[in-house]
Design a protein around this ligand. Structure first.
Ligand SMILES: Nc1ncnc2c1ncn2[C@@H]1O[C@H](COP(=O)(O)OP(=O)(O)O)[C@@H](O)[C@H]1O
Ligand SMILES: [Mg+2]
Length: 262
């Protein structure tokens, strides 16, 4: 479904000539959950932004190939790209509060990509939004629809973001540290939700995290990123129990055990 080949991303104004992403290859089957882990600054977010087409083209340049179901995205013109990426790729980011418009009600924000990418009538859009809100277990969707972001808890906001990403039935959901800002209980609920969304909607998830523990709970395969490159990739258990690289071993050793956490 997704094939990233030799992806490079360079910021024009970066210090020196360092590329943030230096020739990454990724493959995802449809319906798969792939984890992308690595320390802060390793290039995870830039990779996700490049795949979702959200990179600012004046600030940066991407080379390589990004294939989504037989279409190469980097060679599409802007108009095509906007259509494909907005409809087929949903994104969920770390800070739901900063991804939402604070002065706009939740419902219309969830409907946004339907407004841009479909010819649905306002009534059809609302119906679809309420359906997806119920699917992500937002309690009392009709009421939440009318609320403003500050009236929702962090966990509910993240559910609303996930709902917004799902309205167009994308093939791929990019989740960039979606639970990092949430407390542990809510985090576990959101992970359960993502698992269910993956199963029920048959949607592939690229799950980005610096936390190997979280990735282990959710993903079948994991790719490890370090300084703009992929170090290794494989089934979660293989990478955990037989890591190839010293860096991966250190990442695993850095996982707090139950005891250490107290
Ligand atoms: N807009 C930008 N301009 C210049 N450099 C950037 C920009 N965004 C990210 N970078 C650089 O790209 C590298 C990768 O960043 P990022 O993908 O955000 O890392 P991660 O998500 O793994 O923490 C970092 O060195 C960062 O400083
Ligand atoms: Mg990041």
């Amino acid at each position: 479904m997704l094939d990233v080949k030799d992806l490079h991303v360079r910021f024009h104004r970066a210090r020196g000539n360092r590329e943030a992403v230096q020739g990454i290859n990724l493959h995802m089957d449809s319906g798969e959950i792939l984890g992308l882990v690595g320390e802060s600054g390793s290039g995870k977010t830039v990779t996700a932004m490049a795949i979702s087409g959200l990179m600012n083209r004046r600030e940066s340049s991407c080379t390589g190939e990004i294939w989504l179901d037989g279409v190469e995205l980097l060679s599409c013109d802007r108009e095509q790209l906007r259509k494909l990426q907005g409809k087929d790729i949903g994104v969920v980011f770390q800070e739901p509060m900063s991804s939402m418009n604070p002065v706009m009600r939740i419902g219309p924000q969830i409907e946004e990509s339907l407004r841009i990418h479909t010819k649905m009538t306002p009534m059809e859009r609302k119906e679809r939004a309420l359906y997806v809100m119920a699917a992500v277990e937002l309690p009392e969707p009709e009421q939440v629809y009318e609320k403003y972001p500050h009236e929702l808890s962090g966990g509910m906001l993240q559910r609303a973001m996930i709902a917004a990403a799902l309205t167009t039935r994308p093939k791929l959901l990019l989740c960039d540290e979606p639970t990092t800002a949430l407390d542990v209980t809510i985090q576990a609920q959101i992970l359960e939700l993502l698992k269910r969304v993956n199963r029920e909607f048959q949607i592939g998830i690229l799950f980005i995290s610096h936390d190997l523990n979280v990735v282990r709970k959710l993903c079948t395969r994991v790719a490890v990123m370090y300084q703009g490159k992929l170090l290794e990739e494989g089934p979660v258990d293989q990478v955990f129990y037989h890591p190839e690289h010293e860096y991966t071993k250190r990442l695993i050793a850095a996982i707090p055990t139950r005891k250490k956490r107290g």
